[in-house]
Design a protein. Structure first.
Length: 144
């Protein structure tokens, strides 16, 4: 159960993010989550969107260098220690986390969502499900 994340390379200068999000807005692409990591010259914008194919197509047509990467979406109880429980499960299963970021949304205010980039989505999802932690797929993300 994985979600497709789009990583977009943007210049690290004023207006670059606005230009990239304008392309998505003009084509009615709805972002569910966003993370920005930067260096001196460029940034990597990681986005989760409602329609990966359309988003990737419009970004390509607009000249943006991007890639599509599978990531793991996890529904975390929005309670103290909720994230720690998930991290402990992954640690106990010897799963390394390359990066992660959070977003809120959906029908239930009782959960937050985390996006995890791990080496093996299937192994991580199985470890989490075995402990009662829900993962989310691309269709669920589109409907949030």
């Amino acid at each position: 159960m994985s979600i497709k994340q789009i990583s977009v390379f943007v210049e690290n200068k004023p207006g670059s993010m606005c230009a990239m999000t304008a392309v998505l807005a003009e084509h009615n692409i709805d972002m569910r989550a966003l993370s920005l990591a930067e260096t001196k010259d460029f940034g990597i914008v990681r986005i989760i969107v409602d329609d990966v194919f359309d988003a990737a197509t419009v970004l390509k047509d607009a000249g943006y260098v991007h890639s599509v990467t599978p990531v793991l979406g996890v529904s975390i109880p929005d309670t103290p220690g909720g994230l720690n429980k998930v991290l402990q499960i992954l640690s106990d299963a010897n799963i390394n986390i390359e990066y992660m970021y959070a977003f809120l949304g959906g029908k239930s205010a009782e959960h937050a969502y985390m996006i995890f980039r791990v080496e093996d989505d299937t192994k991580a999802a199985a470890a989490l499900r075995a402990q009662g932690i829900e993962t989310v797929d691309q269709e669920e993300i589109a409907n949030i």
